[in-house]
Design a protein around this ligand. Sequence first.
Ligand code: NAD
Length: 379
Amino acid sequence: MKTYLVTGAAGFIGANFIKYMLAKYQDIKVVILDSLTYAGNLGTIATDIDNNRCVFVKGDICDRTLADELFAKYQFNYVVNFAAESHVDRSIENPQLFLITNILGTQNLLDAARQAWVTGRDDQGYPTWRKDVRFHQVSTDEVYGSLGTEGYFHETTPLDPRSPYSASKTSADLFVKAYFETYKMPVSITRCSNNYGPYHFPEKLIPLIIKNILEGKKLPVYGDGTNVRDWLYVEDHCKAIDAVIHNGREGEVYNVGGHNEKQNIEIVKLTIRTIRQLMTDQPEYRQILKKREIDADGRISVEWINDDLITFVKDRLGHDQRYAIDPSKITKELGWIPETCFEAGIEKTIRWYLENQKWVEDITGGDYMKYYEQMYAGR
Ligand code: NAD
């Protein structure tokens, strides 16, 4: 049985990852380490935790004593580090928290793994390592900076982070690489484009738009809405990480992307259209709407769910214009491809939110509302 330390798995991608892995492999044990910040929700993983194949530990990745205890107790084969402060807007408000979690936390885990996994020294003085171990860092395409209208991020593209968030993720990547070069530690890194799918915290674009439509609120779009992101369905990202930790080469970076570039405004309009269509096809979904107007047929109206809800707000400081990933290395070496087409993925995602409103209510308590009002006040 292989054991995994998965950090940050009460958050969006980590939760999807452990669900995917536990369903795919019967012979694994997963230990989740998560400090449950505003972005972590125990409810997301409650049905996965069984204290046998899946154990939850509440704790901070910066806590070295705890990390050492966990390595000693569970003899991990894999560390998959998702834990991070992940929201660019919040990094603009409070950069230091991003340094602490994203950089110091990663380095802390690297050192705990080094202590646990080194078996001796070779003739040249390099550490020798347990054969069946890997430290995997989950990183982002934002480390490459911003593109003009053409070109793609390759693994060899110079690192050029431009926000406190991406600067902290870049630094963490460099530490992971440094542990490979200095100690020959078995590591790998994936740099992925924007994810979407179930369990996404409603401060990010797609779940925010869904939530606001259901509440009859305006849909805030930064600047003129032309910023381009490459979108990937979250399960495709999980499959890419699975492929890299098991078959990717040690010390390598793999870009992961959906070949799916969209302007923010296109995403918002598609989300509006899809919600309206789903509510037209299945009128029972209209019960979720907080805005109650009655249409000509005597049903709760969906007429008002249209592009007029969009409101352009003051742009994010230093807002990167375009990200686009070239994932040909992971496709060529590991046979990974993005499997979920965008329209189908968006529909699946919206259906999930329509059917899991309790999850949204639980995760967006008072603190989130305070943050939301502060972010968009006066914009
Ligand atoms: P998220 O914000 O939804 O989840 C982060 C999780 O980490 C939360 O459960 C939180 O409680 C936990 N956490 C935060 N600080 C911690 C600490 N000090 N100790 C322990 N746990 C802590 O993030 P996400 O969107 O799921 O992203 C996961 C990872 O993937 C991040 O490293 C992010 O940089 C990377 N990534 C995200 C995207 C995306 O589109 N969301 C794209 C590429 C890469």
